[in-house]
Design a protein around this ligand. Structure first.
Ligand SMILES: [Ca+2]
Length: 192
């Protein structure tokens, strides 16, 4: 009975060197795929941070209009600390900080985002919210994000405010990025 030469060839299998080369090629391919997946995840993460920072910026810009329209703050009170005019207000307001502050998921007892009581869960021994003895819960803040609110008179017009909100957020490789939004608010409930 004669043997099939082609079958003999098939039974010889792969040599060690062939297997080594095949594994090497497979490993290079897997490493390249892992690199692409890592890059895609980093890009996706960055994209999410940009979107969140934009929302954090516009949310505070829109809050200012709501505060004015709802009468929660008077036009004179929508200002940074030190520039607040409480003369027409029933409830005094200390003003918004000009520093970068943590971005809280809750506005605190005053219902206003961007004030010192945003992270407070109790008022502390003095019973006054938003001062140094408050008990704060830092887990209410979005980690590595911070926001600044700058309010000025536009061109010296006392009936027109310029509001610039800047949100700082984490970028790739430990870098920090910022997004800023500007809006204008006038002393008229019927307009923007
Ligand atoms: Ca607050």
């Amino acid at each position: 009975m004669s043997q099939d030469p082609a079958r003999n060839c098939g039974e010889a299998g792969f040599t060690l060197i062939e297997m080594t080369i095949a594994i090497l090629i497979l490993t290079i391919g897997l490493l390249a795929t892992a690199g692409a997946v890592t890059y895609a995840l980093a890009a996706s993460n960055m994209s999410r941070h940009v979107t969140d920072a934009k929302l954090m910026t516009t949310a505070v810009l829109e809050q200012m209009q709501t505060l004015r329209n709802a009468g929660q703050l008077t036009f004179g009170q929508i200002a940074n600390a030190g520039a607040v005019d409480n003369s027409d207000a029933t409830t005094p307001f200390a003003g918004f900080s000009t520093a970068f502050e943590p971005v809280s998921i809750v506005p605190g007892t005053d219902g206003i985002y961007g004030t010192p009581d945003d992270l407070s869960i109790t008022a502390g021994a003095d019973g006054i919210w938003g001062n140094a003895d408050d008990v704060r819960d830092n887990t209410l803040a979005r980690p590595n994000f911070a926001r600044r609110i700058e309010i000025s008179f536009l061109d010296g017009n006392i009936n027109l405010r310029k509001i610039v909100v800047t949100t700082r957020f984490p970028g790739q490789n430990g870098s920090i990025y910022t997004i800023a939004g500007t809006s204008y608010l006038n002393n008229d409930l019927n307009q923007n």
